[in-house]
Design a protein. Structure first.
Length: 377
């Protein structure tokens, strides 16, 4: 093991937790895909080896990225952000449709697609953190604030929002965390939040009056309506009801064990959006608590890397990445337990999210690069 860690620099705990999550992912996803096999007509072996290959490649990317000097990410942050905006626009124009939303962009020459919002999330963190440090002394200048800080956030959210509301809101929350930690004036934060809320309410009203104009917004509106309905239509609640039943079945002291769950066969996204429900049914209460503990420990180690760094830019980047990993996990748990309307957020590095595992691993690699250069272990 010591020989292995000679090559894996940075915080060893982050490496260990990431590898443990990867192993759990391989076991659990193989157990959670029967409905995908049935609906798509794909074989277990194909789905298993595809997921396994994507994870392995993700860890290779994590290793390569963690060897890159962190100052390189700072220098490339502007280029990365502009590239992210270009890819988001391209996705809106020629992206592959999934569940009525254009979220995926085909990678040339290989049989994979990726969500451009995953790349945009990392790009915005790197770019926004740099602008907060660079223009800290000019926060009183509204032109500077609007051009270099508020506009990039709004543009990123606007381009993602038509196809993926939850990711757009997630990016907004991550940006809010960075703004607060970057000592950004509360008056500008308040104005931004107010305008975002008003804009969202306006979209919901437009969708209510003319649902064909903004079909995705109408989908969000109906999810909110059903969430508040005291007597919802059972046919429209099958997915979430099965999720709650799965959690109830796994609430005993003894877990059913991998492969022995039943509700995963009736939850369309048991391997992704409702991963937490399927996990609870098969791994039981103690298994779920162990997974939550791993995420909390991972979050703590990432925040520790950020706070121990001598570079404010590195601090903001690390904390932003920590938030981008922890928040989706929390959202997945809240969706599965009906605390919030259904969204499309996976459990990072656990769910079968395809190429999203690559960007999670790249994010880990950036944090490990910070850790490596500051000798934080």
């Amino acid at each position: 093991m010591n020989n292995v860690f000679k090559h894996l620099k940075g915080d060893k705990n982050i490496w260990v937790i990431a590898i443990l999550l990867g192993i759990i992912s391989i076991v659990s996803v193989f157990s959670f895909i029967p409905i995908l096999v049935k609906v798509k007509g794909l074989s277990y072996s194909y789905l298993f080896f595809k997921h396994f290959f994507l994870l392995i490649l993700g860890f290779v990317l994590m290793y390569l990225v963690h060897r890159i000097p962190f100052k390189v990410f700072s220098k490339l942050s502007k280029v990365g952000f502009y590239l992210a905006i270009f890819l988001l626009v391209l996705t809106m124009m020629v992206g592959q449709s999934v569940n009525g939303a254009d979220r995926w962009l085909k990678i040339p020459l290989v049989p994979f697609s990726f969500q451009t919002s995953d790349f945009a999330k990392i790009a915005l963190i790197l770019y926004l953190a740099k602008q907060l440090v660079k223009y800290k002394s000019e926060f009183s200048n509204f032109k500077i604030v609007a051009r270099y800080i508020l506009l990039p956030i709004a543009l990123s959210m606007f381009l993602i929002l038509p196809s993926n509301l939850s990711t757009a809101m997630l990016i907004g929350v991550i940006a809010f965390v960075l703004l607060v930690l970057g000592d950004f004036p509360w008056k500008w934060i308040g104005v931004s939040i107010g305008l975002a809320i008003l804009g969202f309410i306006l979209l919901l009203q437009i969708a209510k009056i003319a649902p064909d104009v903004l079909p995705r917004v109408e989908t969000w509106r109906m999810r909110i309506v059903r969430m508040q309905d005291d007597n919802p239509d059972p046919q429209e609640q099958v997915q979430i009801n099965n999720s709650l039943t799965a959690i109830k079945n796994g609430g005993g002291l003894l877990p059913k064990g991998p492969g022995n769950g039943e509700l995963k066969r009736y939850i369309p996204e048991a391997y992704a959006d409702f991963y937490f429900a399927a996990l609870t049914e098969e791994f039981g209460l103690y298994g779920v608590l162990a997974i939550i503990g791993l995420y909390l420990m991972l979050f703590f180690r990432i925040i520790r890397v950020g706070l121990k760094s001598k570079d404010q830019y590195a601090t903001l980047v690390a904390i932003g990445i920590g938030a981008s990993i922890m928040f989706p996990a929390i959202i997945n748990m809240m969706v599965s337990t009906k605390l919030i309307p259904v969204t499309g957020q996976n459990m990072p590095l656990l769910s079968m999210g395809g190429t999203s595992a690559w960007f999670t691993c790249i994010a880990f690699g950036i944090v490990l690069s910070i850790s490596r250069e500051n000798n934080i272990e």
